[in-house]
Design a protein around this ligand. Structure first.
Ligand SMILES: NC(=O)c1ccc[n+]([C@@H]2O[C@H](COP(=O)([O-])OP(=O)(O)OC[C@H]3O[C@@H](n4cnc5c(N)ncnc54)[C@H](OP(=O)(O)O)[C@@H]3O)[C@@H](O)[C@H]2O)c1
Length: 277
C-alpha cells in the first residue's frame, strides 16, 4: 500500500467523497482521513454527514466540510463549487449510488432516470470539473464505483448494471487519457459488500457469494489506485468473473448471474414485488 505520507502528497490535501453518509462512502472517507486527507463529504442526509464529519475530525484531526445535496439534480456544481473553489481536491471518489434490486418494469421511470443521474451523470460532471484542475496541477486521483454487474446483463438490475458498465468504461478510458497528465483513475468493481444499501435489498444468504466487509473492500480500492485501470474486489470474485469471461458465452453468463440473483433476491410475485416485502 502507498504509505500515508506519499498517499497524501499524491492525492491530498483534500478528498471529495460522494455518498459519504454511510456504507462504502463513509469508509472511503474514514480511510482517506486515516491517511491524512481533509475531506468534503456529500450525500443527502445532512445529519449523518455531520455525525461522520465530527467523528473524523475527532479521530484523525483532519478538516471536514459537508454538502447535503441530491446528486440527481442538474445544478450540482453550483452547490459544490462555492465550498471547493478555494481547495485543492486531489482525490475524487465517485461513490454515491442507488441500487434497488427489483424487476425493470416495477421501477417508475422517474426513479430509473434519477438512478441514471446519481450513478453516472454526477460522477461525470465531477470528474470533468475536478479532473481539469488535477491535470493543471499534474497530480490527483479519481475513483469510479462500478460493480461486477458491469460485466454482464444482470436480472433485476438492468439500469443499475448499465450505470456501472458506464462508470467502468469511462474510468478505464480516463486511466489511459489522464495518466500522462499525472492523474490516476480507477474503475472499481465492488462485489457484494455488507452496507445499508446491500441490506436494504434483503438478500438471502447464499453459499456461492462471499459478502465482503467495507474495510477490506475500500482498502483494495485505495491500494489499486494508480496501479491499474480497473479492479474487481475480492479474490473469489476475480476468479469467478475470470472463469465467466473465458468459459461462458454471453447468454450463459447472463443466465448464470441472473439465476444467482433469483436465489439471492427473489422470488418476485406477479406484480413484480417481493411477496411480503
Ligand atoms: N454494497 C455492495 O454490495 C456494492 C456492490 C457493488 C457496487 N457497489 C457500489 O458502491 C457504492 C456504495 O454502495 P453502498 O452499498 O455503500 O450503498 P449505500 O449503503 O446505499 O450508500 C449509498 C450512498 O449514496 C448516497 N446517495 C444515494 N442517493 C443519493 C443522492 N440522490 N444524492 C446524493 N447521495 C446519494 C447515500 O446517501 P444519502 O442517503 O444520505 O443521500 C449513501 O451515502 C454505490 O455506487 C454502489 O453501486 C456496492
Amino acid at each position: 500500500m502507498v504509505k500515508k505520507a506519499s498517499f497524501s502528497a499524491r492525492y491530498g490535501p483534500w478528498a471529495l467523497v460522494t455518498g459519504a453518509s454511510r456504507g462504502l462512502g463513509a469508509e472511503f472517507a474514514r480511510q482517506c482521513a486515516e491517511k491524512g486527507l481533509n475531506l468534503v463529504l456529500i450525500a443527502t442526509n445532512a445529519t449523518m454527514l455531520k455525525t461522520n464529519a465530527d467523528a473524523l475530525k475527532k479521530d484523525y484531526g483532519v478538516d471536514v466540510r459537508t454538502v447535503a445535496l441530491d446528486l440527481g439534480r442538474e445544478d450540482i456544481l453550483a452547490e459544490i463549487t462555492p465550498v471547493t473553489d478555494a481547495m485543492e481536491i486531489g482525490l475524487l471518489v465517485n461513490n454515491a449510488g442507488i441500487s434497488k434490486v427489483c424487476p425493470f418494469l416495477s421501477h417508475s421511470l422517474d426513479n430509473l432516470v434519477k438512478q441514471l443521474h446519481v450513478n453516472t451523470r454526477a460522477g461525470l460532471v465531477l470528474a470533468h470539473h475536478f479532473g481539469k484542475k488535477m491535470a493543471e496541477r499534474r497530480r490527483g486521483g479519481i475513483l469510479f464505483l462500478s460493480s461486477g454487474s458491469a460485466l454482464s446483463g444482470t436480472a433485476y438490475c438492468a439500469n443499475y448494471a448499465g450505470t456501472k458498465a458506464y462508470n467502468l468504461i469511462v474510468a478505464e478510458t480516463l486511466w489511459y487519457e489522464l495518466k500522462p497528465l499525472g492523474v490516476d483513475v480507477l474503475g472499481f468493481m465492488a462485489g457484494s459488500t455488507k452496507t445499508p444499501g446491500w441490506d436494504a435489498n434483503k438478500p438471502k444468504p447464499a453459499r456461492f457469494v462471499k459478502v465482503m466487509d467495507v474495510k477490506t473492500t475500500v482498502e483494495e480500492a485505495l491500494k489499486a489506485l494508480g496501479k491499474r485501470p480497473s479492479l474487481i474486489a475480492g479474490r473469489i470474485n476475480r476468479l469467478g468473473y475470470f472463469f465467466m469471461g473465458k468459459m461462458m458465452s454471453r447468454a450463459r453468463a447472463i443466465r448464470t448471474v441472473s439465476k444467482n440473483m433469483d436465489k439471492m433476491f427473489g422470488p418476485f410475485d406477479d406484480n413484480n414485488q417481493k411477496p411480503g416485502g
